[in-house]
Design a protein around this ligand. Structure first.
Ligand SMILES: [Zn+2]
Length: 564
């Protein structure tokens, strides 16, 4: 992969500009003439808000805000547009959306345009032709169930891309990859290699020859080898990622499962003014182990900008990759698997319990990825066994996709925060209904209404770059639960707009232990704001068509949509 030198200039200019602004106090600014959706305890909607420096100084009616502001204040006329707290990412992999600055985009419609395996191979071949022999050629986010052939590519397919380059294509779930023969050689894998713990190597049923498919832990080495960007490449990814987020109205990003080097990189970038938004980083378990062993130490330059959050562990895979770990079998088993196939755990239960205990005793918050209900059982057992519960611990189940009613009850007892990947109902809902889960279980996935009825704090997320970072589409999805074919999947689990907005603002702040600082428009909180082209309270069916007009971080307008 070649360095993106042109991108660097832009990054530096942006960064220096931001460093210059942020060194100064933002001017006193008034936002008037539109609904100000505060997300405070009363769900108040008012008509004015004033900021002073980096804080919200007054919230109320337009007249009193204007009177407070005086002659010199800067005035932003909302003219009917809505002002909300900036969106807070509950879970994702910032700056992952920026990865497309480096790798080939293999998304199928509606996100991309890859419809067949030939499309995929053509796209990869073009990149291989631009890449020096021996270097990795990597593509992201193919979806086997959206390709006309309805299967994963194989090593033989990818050998047609190149025999001179190691080639890897990563599944849209982020939990599987397929590599070519050259890559298998480079990784030292052949038909005699046993499956690693928590992972699986695809093999030809008759000959045992590797097919190139690497599941779960088996793909970790590919990720490390294929995605080791140099400093310039890392900056290009960071720049694109940050732009994607601020254009979507996100003022706090989340980066899940980060290495020590990435965390230091974020802190360095933020200190230099290269990161225009705030970030909560979740160290992966290996990083947390280094922290606990005293082998690595991290001190943020400023916790308001870069904060160390929960340790992230991954207990199973993804339902749409057939690696989610279920109590009952998949509705239709994947090719080559028997009808009793239930997926599998990625970390064994005992290890999960042991680690949860160790991290909790060290005072760390814990977030565990679990999609299948069997995996969620393991996670809740681990939290319970290790005494991880309540307000001080705020344990998180990431995705919590197939959470059952009895598990919601347990979450209530333990004070668990489920963070739902609600966009599954849109992107994969039809296939959950027809293939993975069947009609009954598909209707119950991401049970936001069940969580709300029990008074749980819950959040909703896009897991970007698994799907694009679009908080408004998340809200739309939680409110409507429409699939791509237009079916409403599980109407009982729909929630109201205000409750969905809370899950991308105040409760996301709560999940990050930052509800005193952000997440609602209240006096004293940080001036992190978003202006939307119209109020999401007006037409719930059309929330996905609302545009982000302006994004404000720390009192400064850092994004203004052209023409708005
Ligand atoms: Zn994730």
């Amino acid at each position: 992969m070649k360095p993106f030198r042109l991108g660097l200039g832009a990054v530096l200019v942006l960064g220096i500009a931001f460093a210059v602004w942020s060194a100064r106090e933002a001017p006193r600014t008034l936002y008037v003439g539109g609904p100000v959706i505060t997300l405070n305890a009363q769900n108040a909607v008012v008509s004015g808000l004033g900021t002073d420096g980096n804080r919200i100084a007054i919230v109320g009616d337009e007249e009193s805000v204007r009177a407070w502001g005086g002659e010199d204040a800067r005035v932003v006329e909302l003219a009917g547009r809505a002002l909300l707290p900036g969106f807070i990412d509950a879970h994702g992999h910032f700056p992952g959306t920026g990865i497309y600055a480096l790798v080939v985009d293999l998304n199928s419609p509606p996100i991309g345009d890859i419809e067949t395996i030939d499309d995929l191979l053509d796209r990869m071949r073009t990149r291989a032709a631009e890449t020096a022999g021996g270097e990795w050629v990597v593509g992201f986010s193919y979806d086997d169930t959206l390709l006309a052939e309805n299967r994963h590519p194989t090593r033989d397919d990818l050998d047609k891309v190149s025999m001179q380059h190691p080639v890897a294509v990563v599944h849209v779930s982020g939990h599987l990859a397929v590599v070519n023969s050259k890559a298998l050689d480079a990784l030292g894998l052949d038909g005699d290699t046993p499956d690693p713990v928590g992972g699986h190597l695809g093999r030809d049923a008759t000959t045992g020859r590797l097919t190139g498919l690497l599941e779960e832990t088996a793909m970790l080495e590919v990720m490390a080898g294929a995605l080791a960007p140099g400093p310039l490449e890392a900056l290009a990814v960071l720049q694109k990622g940050a732009r994607d987020y601020v254009e979507a109205g996100v003022t706090t990003a989340q980066s899940g499962a980060t290495t020590a080097a990435m965390i230091e990189g974020f802190d360095w970038a933020s200190r230099l003014g290269l990161l225009p938004l705030r970030i909560v980083v979740w160290p992966r378990k290996e990083t947390a182990d280094r922290l606990l062993d005293g082998d690595w130490h991290f001190e943020s330059h400023d916790e308001q900008w870069v904060r160390l959050g929960a340790v992230k562990m991954v207990a199973d895979g993804s339902i749409q990759g057939f690696t989610g770990y279920l109590r009952e079998p998949y509705y239709k088993p994947p090719p080559g698997k028997d009808p009793g196939y239930r997926g599998y755990p990625r970390i064994l239960r005992d290890e999960l319990i042991e680690r949860a205990g160790r991290y909790h005793d060290a005072g760390l918050q814990i977030a565990i990825h679990g999609n299948g209900d069997a995996s969620i059982d393991d996670i809740l057992d681990a939290f319970e066994a290790a005494g991880v519960k309540g307000e001080d611990a705020r344990p998180i189940v990431i995705h919590a996709q197939m959470t059952t009613e009895d598990q919601l009850d347990r979450m209530q007892e333990l004070g668990v925060i489920p963070s739902f990947f609600v966009l599954h109902t849109f992107y994969w809902g039809d296939r959950h209904h027809d293939i993975f889960m069947g009609p009954q279980r598909a209707a119950r996935m991401s049970p936001t209404r069940g969580a709300l009825d029990r008074g749980l704090h819950f959040t909703i997320h896009a897991d970007a770059p698994i799907v694009p970072m679009e908080p408004l589409r998340l809200v739309w999805s939680a409110v409507n639960r429409r699939t791509r074919s237009g079916r409403v999947l599980g109407p009982d689990q729909r929630i109201d707009v205000m409750d969905a907005l809370r899950a991308v603002t105040l409760d996301a702040a709560y999940q990050h232990f930052e509800e005193g600082l952000k997440g609602s428009l209240e006096v004293g909180k940080l001036a992190d704001l978003v202006i939307l082209s119209e109020s999401p309270l007006e037409n719930p069916e059309a929330i996905d068509r609302i545009r982000v007009d302006e994004t404000v971080v720390d009192g400064w307008s850092i994004y203004h949509r052209e023409g708005s």
